[in-house]
Design a protein. Sequence first.
Length: 259
Amino acid sequence: MKNINSIGGILISNIKLKVTNLSKTFDNNEEKLCVLNNISFDVFENEFLTIVGPSGCGKTTLLRIISGLLKPSSGKIFFDGQIITKASSLIGYVPQEYSLFPWKSLKNNIKFGLKIKNYKPDEIENKINSLLDMMNLSKFKDYYPKDISGGMRQKVAIARSLAIDQKLILLDEPLRSIDAQNRNKLQDDIINIWKMSKRTIIFVTHNIDEAVYISDRIIVLSSLPGTIKKIIDINLDRPRDRTNQAFNSVRREILEELD
């Protein structure tokens, strides 16, 4: 039976990802550090879910476990009903540190994954040109990573992940190195890409305003060891007005949980 839910006025159907009783402890010589403790939540197909919490509460660790790059100490994660035991080509992970090929142009960095996936040449060109235009990078397509700013390099890393047919995209603070004006614009770009591509996105940020602006739901994690304090539905129409009372009411609710 399908699980049907309506979040933020958008019909969400099917559980895409299920996290069940997830914990992670790191061994450091004779000491043990519990980073995540008994985390459970569902992510629905086509949902935009954001995770916020204090620095060091395990947000990145959680994304790395979901991506299959790190094994949990206990608990399970299911993607489309199948347990995750290793990295999957259907799950894209964009880490905090953009990892571009320095010897390839921006265009060829984005093209790399498409060529591996054996997309047709005309499909590759259409996808690349569309993403470059959406990210306002078209005139820089023949530049190399060393020739552009950190914020622009992060844009390319996001575009590269979104280019290939990955069903779940994990974005770990992808906008943190981008100035405020471009950050707001890129938030809209990411929302537009999400709407058009019908992907499921899990997004990590420290920026509460950003979380309320882009999300269907927000998971608030506690300080170490990370546990779920609250899951908040964002029932605000898009595009959202950052200045209105309803927006700031949600923002205040998250800040109170973090305090």
